[in-house]
Design a binder for this molecule. Structure first.
Ligand code: UDX
Length: 437
């Protein structure tokens, strides 16, 4: 099939490459010339495991091209809209300007029978509004909403082998045609048995925000339990293992720590609350306020724990933060709890050095006042405290004895509960985890 992908960020670039891998002829379009220049040259514009190899593989077939011109979308039968929906400045609501701009400029290039597929995370009701707009500008095209559930760090695998497909389509023949087009696009993963649910627009939009809200709630639940464990002298990691053995609960996403960040969970729960308010259903989501508050409280608590670890004052203390990305295997620092903690420590008088294998360039543009060092050995040298805030494998496998020889004082705060406290204590470290005695 001939496919266009509008927006080549974390979602669109991976989607375009994966659609070409599935055998389709794909053009990826983005207004960012640098990003398109990178992709045309076969370079991934951000760190995502497996993406450079996939780009090289599919570009060699000639099935994948990139362009900054929307004109190049003309001729494709299916158009995926993958642009970002960030949080609006000073508000909880999502900023839909990129979605609206993409639809407005795409409309002029649509032919009868074309299927436009929204993949961006949008407030419920957006698809119906966009469909009504298209009815005026490109009446013979049809809109489907097909939310994306990929995780950064696993984006390629999640796109090629998703847990499920959700198609939001209009009622009647046009909806059936849109679903059939998507079935053709996803023929290979569907043949592998990937479940597929066909629904109305509103349900499809809500599936995405509900899923992210559930995940955020699960993380904040265990972080609330960590607060209680701290107060009661219990161990939240064992608690999570024990409750996670109940299949109804499950162990995944029950890792207590410095909380969730990234370009999705924080802004998605806020946009969901804002939209619920507009719909007069805000009471249904007041619990998400608490989910957000528990999450943000983690960051303040870690700053306080670091102060305690440093003997009651941060003034003049050299602190090394291991990890800047919002999670490992990503260079994404959007709403990264690690960077937020690093910046607060610096503001309170500590001298903070941040190291990360992939995210330093992005971190520098967000927080230029922090010191960055890509080499862990020199970043660690002379530190009064180490903070493991993003669980990259190179940090979780650190040798406590070897690291102990490099620091000024053996204090470590394990913000992701991934180190073995006994091993670190045996090597003479003062170890502090989250919700662990
Ligand atoms: C998320 C959803 O998982 C994905 O389905 C959706 O499409 C986009 O949003 P992503 O933002 O890539 O994906 O990250 P995710 O793996 O969900 O992690 C989010 C944050 O939660 C990270 O900061 C991570 O460190 C944190 N987290 C995750 C925890 O603190 N504890 C956990 O147990 C799991």
């Amino acid at each position: 099939m001939r496919i266009s992908v509008i927006g080549c960020g974390y979602l669109g670039a991976v989607h375009a490459a994966c659609m070409a891998k599935l055998g389709h002829e794909v053009v990826g379009i983005d207004v960012d010339e640098r990003r398109i220049g990178d992709l045309q040259a076969g370079r991934a514009p951000f760190f995502e495991p497996g993406l450079p190899e996939l780009l090289a593989e599919v570009q060699a077939t000639g099935r994948l091209s990139f362009s900054t011109e929307m004109d190049d979308a003309a001729g494709a039968g299916v158009h995926f809209v993958c642009v970002g929906t960030p949080q609006r400045k000073g508000e909880y609501a999502a900023d839909l300007r990129y979605v609206d701009a993409a639809f407005a400029s795409l409309a002029a290039h649509l032919r009868p029978g074309d299927v436009v597929v929204g993949k961006s995370t949008v407030p419920v009701g957006t698809a119906a509004r966009l469909a009504a707009d298209l009815a005026g500008t490109a009446p013979e095209a049809v809109l489907a909403w097909n939310p994306e559930f990929l995780r950064e760090g696993f984006a390629v695998a999640d796109t090629l082998h998703p847990d499920r497909f959700v198609y939001g389509v209009p009622a009647g023949g046009t909806g059936t045609a849109a679903a059939a087009a998507l079935d053709e696009v996803y023929a290979a993963p569907l043949a592998d048995g990937t479940p597929r649910l066909v629904t109305d627009y509103a349900t499809a939009e809500l599936v995405k925000t509900a899923a992210n809200s559930f995940l955020a709630t699960k993380i904040s639940f265990i972080n609330a339990m960590a607060e209680l464990c701290d107060a009661a002298g219990a161990d939240v990691t064992v608690l999570a293992d024990a409750i996670g053995l109940d299949e109804r609960i499950g162990r995944r996403f029950l890792n207590a720590g410095i909380g969730f960040g990234g370009g999705c969970l924080p802004k998605d729960i806020r946009a969901f609350m804002a939209r619920a308010g507009e719909l007069g259903a805000d009471q249904a989501l007041t619990f998400l306020r608490e989910v957000d508050a528990i999450n943000m409280r983690r960051r303040t608590r870690v700053v306080e724990m670091t102060r305690e670890l440093c003997g009651g004052s941060l003034l003049g203390k050299r602190i090394t933060v291991l990890g800047a990305a919002f999670k490992p295997d990503s260079d994404d620092v959007r709403d990264s709890p690690a960077l937020s903690v690093a910046a607060q420590l610096q503001l309170q008088g500590a001298t903070v050095t941040v190291t990360d294998p992939e995210a330093l360039a992005n971190a520098k543009t967000r927080f230029p006042e922090l010191t960055y060092d890509p080499v862990p050995e020199t970043a660690i040298a002379g530190a009064h405290a180490l903070l493991l805030l993003t669980e990259w494998r190179q940090y979780t496998s650190l040798d406590p004895a070897a690291v102990g020889a490099q620091v000024a004082e053996r204090n470590i705060l394990d913000g992701r509960n991934v180190l073995d406290p006994a091993a670190w204590r045996a090597a003479g470290w003062k170890y502090k985890g989250i919700g662990r005695p």
